[in-house]
Design a binder for this molecule. Structure first.
Ligand SMILES: Nc1nc2c(ncn2[C@@H]2O[C@H](COP(=O)(O)OP(=O)(O)OP(=O)(O)O)[C@@H](O)[C@H]2O)c(=O)[nH]1
Length: 364
């Protein structure tokens, strides 16, 4: 590690792969380090920072940075496209506060490429004071084992064959490749949902895409009881910015071939559904129905349930839906429901109408 530079860990990985869960585990488990967090979301609402804030508020001995929560949101689009406008000013703020910060954790949007962000660490203002400790790519174990990325390639190939005019349409598989191409360390998440054969499939897929020198760890962040293991993720000392220009990826290759410059997120759509109080069971049932009938990759947010003093977090990845109560509604906070949905060709009207049928009362 380079002396006197603040180390920054960049956590990348597809939508819903487990990045926020990992960050929350680190913030909860690692005490004695002052950690600043930068989160970037695809979509108009930053649910992740709200969840992470809930986490650091719950951990009294873990204030991230003095006098605020230490969580910086870059909610306005994908970090890989807004490096200059959004990321640089935040980094300058952190550099100015460097005596208060031991480590920076950056969660990129699930649709972002890590390369442009890491290249920004070579800008003089940043380079002088910060270094990239490691790029950690989180891979959704069950999704990879189930062939979600492969089947998407097949689907897109079929689309390309059907319509020759289709230019470069980056697939989920290419995005996974590009997120893996920059990795210093790969973490396979949701290992509680993997059987030994799944593990082998995931291992084989990752091994095809990363050099042998890059380690792959199977980790279960929801069971993040192992602080020493989490601590080992910080302090890798890779100085990833030094070699980043030489990392090859599909995105740069398409660009060099003269293809229209676009990013995976140009092909995704997002919308936010805002409602008042909802019937919890009806909401789950309607959402499950939408996950089956629409091309939704990710849905997340929270719901206000009548008579419940806590807000209910809603999480969906693929067709899997989870929910839990995370914190009490504050006294003057309006009780409302808000769900961000990310997918392809979303019909907002349909999504809103279906979920609104679970609404019981308008927001207070
Ligand atoms: N079973 C299981 N579920 C997990 C694990 N880690 C994360 N999840 C669930 O997976 C869902 C997505 O997790 P997040 O941590 O929000 O994923 P993310 O990568 O931050 O998602 P985006 O920010 O939307 O890209 C949530 O419902 C988590 O509870 C795990 O180890 N096991």
């Amino acid at each position: 590690m380079q002396l006197n530079k603040i180390p920054a860990t960049v956590v990348t990985g597809f939508l819903g792969s487990g990045k926020t869960t990992l960050l929350a585990g680190i913030l909860r488990q690692i005490t004695g380090k002052r950690i600043a967090v930068i989160v970037n979301e695809f979509g108009e609402q930053d649910i992740d920072s709200s969840l992470l804030r809930g986490c650091s508020l719950g951990c009294e001995d873990q204030p991230a940075v003095e006098d605020d929560s230490g969580i910086y949101e870059l909610a306005n689009g994908c970090i890989c496209c807004t490096v200059e406008e959004e990321f640089l000013p935040v980094m300058k703020t952190l550099v100015a506060r460097r005596d208060d910060i031991d480590h920076i954790l950056i969660e990129t949007s699930g649709l972002a490429l890590p390369k442009p962000l890491v290249q920004a660490f070579n800008w003089p203002e940043v380079r002088q004071h910060c270094t990239v400790d490691a790029i950690i790519t989180v891979v959704d174990g069950p999704a990879v084992a189930a062939g979600r990325y492969a089947s998407d390639v097949d689907r897109i190939e079929a689309q390309r064959r059907a319509d020759e005019s289709l230019d470069h349409d980056p697939s989920l598989s290419e995005l996974l490749d590009d997120q893996l191409s920059a990795a210093d360390l790969v973490l396979v998440s949701k290992t509680d949902l993997l059987d030994p054969a799944d593990r082998q499939r995931v291992e084989a897929l990752v091994a095809e895409r990363v050099p042998e020198s890059v380690k792959t760890l199977f980790i279960d962040p929801t069971l993040a009881t192992d602080a020493a293991r989490l601590e080992a993720l910080m302090g890798i000392g890779a100085a990833s910015e030094e070699g980043i220009d030489h990392i090859e990826n599909h995105h740069d290759r398409h660009h060099a071939e003269g293809a229209h410059h676009d990013h995976a997120h140009d092909h995704f759509d997002s919308c936010v559904i805002r409602l008042g109080e909802v019937d919890g069971d009806a909401m789950a049932e309607r959402l499950q129905q939408l996950l089956k009938t629409h091309e939704i990759y990710r849905a997340k947010g929270f719901a206000a349930i009548p008579g419940k003093p806590m807000r209910r977090v809603i999480q969906a990845v693929g067709e899997r839906l989870d929910g839990y109560f995370d914190r009490l509604w504050e006294q003057h906070e309006p009780r409302h429901t808000q769900i961000v949905i990310i997918g392809r060709a979303l019909n907002r009207h349909d999504l809103h109408a279906t979920l609104a049928s679970a609404e019981i009362a308008k927001a207070s």
